[in-house]
Design a protein around this ligand. Structure first.
Ligand SMILES: Nc1ncnc2c1ncn2[C@@H]1O[C@H](COP(=O)(O)OP(=O)(O)OP(=O)(O)O)[C@@H](O)[C@H]1O
Ligand SMILES: [Mg+2]
Length: 460
């Protein structure tokens, strides 16, 4: 069998010597580099230089470990990289793994641990090579995201989404950041008669006013400095399809007039042109601002608001539908463990409990990030509470008086949870205090997805 070639890059000469000796004695061919630049030069100059694995220190003095990793990913996208990190710099390891590193190991490490990590990485590389054809095919198809929920409040939004998708109406999606507005917009397109046509998106908050205008409407040659050739806009490109206008609340007033014309007259004029163009576009718009207030304060045109708001969808924040937490968490565990080829498929009761008590200002996107990070860091098939970056101070204190914006449901849930906790999860006693039957309590526990650890009180 061919000897696997491992490349090590670390500025500490001692480490290089030590690793080289161990790996040699285990039958690997080893190249060492004390500087990232030398390694990158070699990879660039010699396309036939294809190591099987790179072990790289993340804290390097000259070129940062992250920069080296980024360049390596460009030069050798298939090369698995294992990061070595110092104790206490887990965040840089997480960053590295998001950039495509395979795994990380914290210094100092026993040699058995290193060998185990390297063997796993090499094994995976050969598996990947076998599956390369299949993998390329899978990543080419960008499937719309699956929408996960069990709550009634989200069911209402979802049913409405499917119901209105088939119509030609323009739709406004209003909801807090990370509640899944973009996912809903895509679902509208996929379930509409326009599904075979294009679905294009633009973020109105991400561009300057002039750039947004020319991106949307296109421009003629010489329309402004730098317009060296005429260019078609998204309204042309998405003709016959759906255009998703994200963060519509940030669209400048001058463009709002033009958009109104698109909706009402189905026509527009490219920047610098006098000729009117027709378009057949369905608009789906989203915002996390309260558009009614933007209208009241003169930042959003009332006529456009009414045009868009004929049908509006309001995905509720995660904290108001915590029943969805567990299915979503499990969905993201499956998603990221498959993506990272890691065997993680469970979440501990303590971790779920911590999630239930957290407020989730960033909603589902925040949950997704938390789970992604936990899967990266997990060393066993089960995600435990200590892998979740949720500080106890960020947890909604259970005994605080309810905020006026809280729903009755969420206050009830919190109160039940609090009473259970105070009574060491003794259900009959808690039911008595709450003035309900034991059976009703059981039903509410199930409805609210409360987690009651078996045998003993809840963890703090
Ligand atoms: N019900 C759901 N099921 C599965 N994944 C979801 C669900 N809702 C949201 N997500 C995921 O959460 C992330 C955030 O969703 P999305 O980008 O649609 O939110 P958004 O409301 O557009 O956020 P923002 O206002 O910050 O742009 C995405 O990765 C999305 O796939
Ligand atoms: Mg969005």
């Amino acid at each position: 069998m061919r000897q696997a070639k491992i490349v090590i890059c670390d500025d500490e000469k001692e480490i290089l010597r030590y690793l080289k000796k161990i790996l040699h004695s285990h039958g690997y061919a080893v190249d060492v580099y004390a500087e990232g630049k030398t390694l990158l030069d070699r990879l660039e100059a010699d396309p036939a230089y294809i190591p099987d694995l790179l072990v790289q220190d993340i804290n390097m003095p000259e070129l940062s470990g992250i920069d080296i990793l980024k360049k390596v990913r460009k030069l050798r996208p298939a090369l698995p990289v294992v990061i070595m990190t110092a104790f206490g710099s887990i965040d840089s390891a997480v960053h590295a793994i998001k950039l495509g590193a395979y795994d990380y190991i914290t210094k100092p490490f026993p040699k058995e641990k290193l060998l185990a990590v390297l063997e796993k990485a090499l094994e995976r590389e050969s598996l990947l090579k076998e599956n390369l054809g299949l993998k390329a095919e899978l990543t080419n198809r960008s499937a719309p995201g699956e929408i996960i929920f069990v709550s009634n409040s989200y069911r209402m939004v979802y049913d409405m989404t499917l119901q209105v998708a088939g119509s030609e109406a323009n739709i406004l999606i209003q909801g807090e950041s990370g509640t899944g507005k973009e996912l809903i917009a895509r679902a509208i397109h996929e379930n509409s008669a326009r599904r075979e046509q294009r679905y294009l998106t633009i973020n109105c908050a991400a561009l300057t006013d002039t750039l947004l205008e020319s991106q949307l409407f296109g421009h003629t040659k010489g329309a402004f400095t730098g317009a060296v050739a005429s260019k078609k806009g998204l309204l042309d490109a998405a003709d016959g399809g759906t255009l998703f206008l994200d963060e519509i609340g940030d669209m400048p007033l001058s463009l709002q007039v033009k958009l109104l014309r698109v909706i009402q007259e189905r026509e527009f004029t490219p920047v610098g042109s006098t000729a009117t163009r027709n378009c057949d576009i369905r608009i789906v718009a989203a915002t996390n601002k309260e558009l009614e207030r933007e209208v009241a304060e003169g930042r959003f045109r009332e006529d456009l608001f009414y045009r868009l708001n004929v049908i509006s969808l309001h995905p509720p924040p995660l904290r108001e539908r915590k029943e969805d937490l567990e299915p979503l968490a499990r969905h993201f565990i499956a998603k990221y463990s498959a993506r990272m080829k890691k065997h993680v498929d469970a979440i501990s009761t303590g971790a779920l409990e911590l999630l239930h008590r957290y407020h989730f200002p960033g909603n589902i996107r925040e949950l997704e990030n938390i789970i992604e990070r936990a899967v990266i860091l997990a060393r066993s098939p089960e995600i435990s509470a200590d892998l979740l970056p949720i500080r106890t101070s960020a947890i909604t204190p259970v005994m605080l008086p309810a905020e006026c914006s809280d729903s009755l449901e969420s206050v009830e849930r919190q109160h039940i949870q609090c009473v259970l906790k105070k009574n060491a999860n003794h259900k009959s006693r808690s039911a008595e205090i709450l003035g309900i039957t034991r059976k009703t309590l059981d039903r509410k526990i199930a409805d609210y997805g409360l987690i009651i650890p078996r045998g003993g009180s809840e963890p703090d």
